[in-house]
Design a binder for this molecule. Structure first.
Ligand code: CA
Length: 231
């Protein structure tokens, strides 16, 4: 089953990179490989990833330099570093530079998968998109609470903006009502009617429609939740 989550694998050893790519794709991730720091930099600037798997020892720009650069530039994508045995100092430095976790080579693929899932679980599902992000043809601004395109600007409530942020952080993936509720209302859905969420979604679709765009951007997946179809 596809997770709809995007991983950038930065590793100069072709065999390791391709092995990781195959393994993660098998487990439902969409994977892009980068053979060096410059390629990784370019890819991360071009599009959004849910997680970056970053080897420390790379030609041109090292993993540490890259991590530092990204964090200084405000990139918030979770970073899992790949280190070699005995690089204790580097590991600690890596965490100081803003990596979320590290794993020591040689590692088992199952362990790597568990670490990736743990990092994805504990990182805020919306942090990868930041304070201003694209939603279909719109730009959503979390500070001003606006939905804007070439034709105009529509005001959003904080909850509406947060719902859009959750969808934007999970393109193509089913977002359950429970997930929405936890992310936006910061509570568990227990004891709350799911109708509440559905009403908020209906209102959001009205807004998208009035702003001149397809309410179809947010699809209902019967019995499961909603899905943001980027198309
Ligand atoms: Ca390497």
């Amino acid at each position: 089953m596809r997770t709809g989550q995007y991983i950038l694998v930065v590793e100069d050893e072709p065999k390791i990179r391709e092995g990781l790519q195959d393994f993660l794709e098998f487990h439902g991730f969409c994977v892009t490989g980068a053979a060096d720091g410059l390629a990784a930099e370019r890819l991360a600037a071009e599009r959004r990833f849910d997680l970056i798997l970053l080897d420390l020892m790379l030609p041109q720009i090292s993993g540490e330099q890259l991590c530092l650069k990204w964090r200084q530039a405000g990139l918030r994508t979770p970073i899992l570093m790949l280190t070699a045995k005995g690089q204790e100092k580097e590991k600690i430095a890596g965490l100081d530079l803003g990596a979320d976790d590290y794993i020591t080579k040689p590692f088992s693929l199952e362990e790597l998968l568990a670490r990736i899932r743990a990092v994805l679980r504990r990182t805020d599902p919306t942090r990868s998109v930041g304070q201003a992000f694209a939603f279909g043809p719109f730009t959503v601004d979390m500070e001003r609470l606006t939905l804007a395109d070439d034709h105009g600007t529509t005001a959003l409530t904080r909850r509406q903006a947060m719902m859009l942020q959750v969808f934007a952080a999970n393109p193509g993936r089913i977002v359950t009502r429970q997930e929405l509720y936890e992310a936006v209302w910061n509570e568990s859905l227990e004891g709350i009617e799911t109708r509440t969420i559905d009403m908020h979604i209906a209102r959001l679709r009205d807004l998208l429609d009035q702003a001149g765009q397809a309410a179809e951007l947010i699809q209902t997946v019967r019995g499961e939740g909603y899905r943001y179809d980027v198309c």
